[in-house]
Design a protein around this ligand. Structure first.
Ligand SMILES: [Zn+2]
Length: 74
C-alpha cells in the first residue's frame, strides 16, 4: 500500500513524497510544510495529509521534520 514518504536529505533538509507525485523539500528550521498538512495524533505520532490528493499516512515523529508544529503542544 503506497504511503507518503518522509525522509532526511543532506544539509538538515527533509523531503516528503506522496504516491500521487506531490513532492516538497523543506529545511529543518524553515517554514512549515506547504503541500502537506501535519496533525499531531499523540505524543509521537503525526498524521500527514497530502493536499493534492487527500492521501493520509501516519508517521512517528521525526523531530527535525515536524519542528514547525512541535511548539503547538507546549
Ligand atoms: Zn498526494
Amino acid at each position: 500500500m503506497p504511503e507518503i514518504t518522509l525522509m532526511p536529505v543532506p544539509r538538515g533538509r527533509w523531503v516528503m513524497m506522496c504516491p500521487c507525485g506531490a513532492t516538497e523539500i523543506r529545511a529543518e528550521d524553515g517554514p512549515r510544510w506547504a503541500a502537506f498538512d501535519l496533525e499531531k495524533v499523540d505524543g509521537r505520532r503525526y498524521r500527514i495529509t497530502c493536499q493534492a490528493c487527500g492521501h493520509v499516512t501516519e508517521h512517528f515523529s521525526n523531530q527535525g521534520a515536524m519542528g514547525s508544529i512541535r511548539s503547538a503542544s507546549s
